[in-house]
Design a protein around this ligand. Structure first.
Ligand SMILES: [Zn+2]
Length: 133
């Protein structure tokens, strides 16, 4: 059950994405970071869903990418096999394949606002949401 059209408040920043990638070295291998205006692209050398690079995937090409915008984060894999995977699914995949949760908060919980937060949907408790600022 996801509510669309209302993004939860994003807590993770560029340094946080680097940290997230570093916490899952078996799944996430950063091949390059680029920027386009306010968007930061974290290109991955290999697709975490495929468990390997896709065909035609060369390091630095950004076929599989984490996109960080000022108020949202996304996952985009340009392979047809992965077209519909979201960042929340990436987090779930990382957790399921490693048994570990990321150490940082991705989104702020907005309890009582009626908006479902993806990490709540994933069954995670945000340890830092009470001291959000
Ligand atoms: Zn993929």
């Amino acid at each position: 059950m996801k509510t669309k059209g209302q993004e939860p408040t994003l807590l993770i920043d560029e340094g946080g994405v680097h940290k997230l990638i570093a916490e899952y070295p078996e799944q996430l291998e950063l091949s390059g970071v680029s920027r386009d205006g306010a968007v930061i692209y974290f290109a991955l050398a290999s697709c975490p869903f495929a468990g390997r690079p896709h065909r035609d995937q060369f390091v630095g090409q950004g076929k599989t990418t984490i996109l960080l915008r000022p108020d949202s984060i996304g996952f985009k894999c340009f392979s047809d096999d992965c077209a519909d995977h979201t960042f929340a699914e990436l987090l779930r995949h990382l957790r399921d394949s490693t048994g570990r949760r990321p150490s940082m908060s991705i989104w702020a919980s907005r309890n009582g606002s009626g908006s479902r937060v993806d990490d709540q949907a994933l069954g995670w408790r945000d340890r830092r949401d009470t001291r959000r600022k």
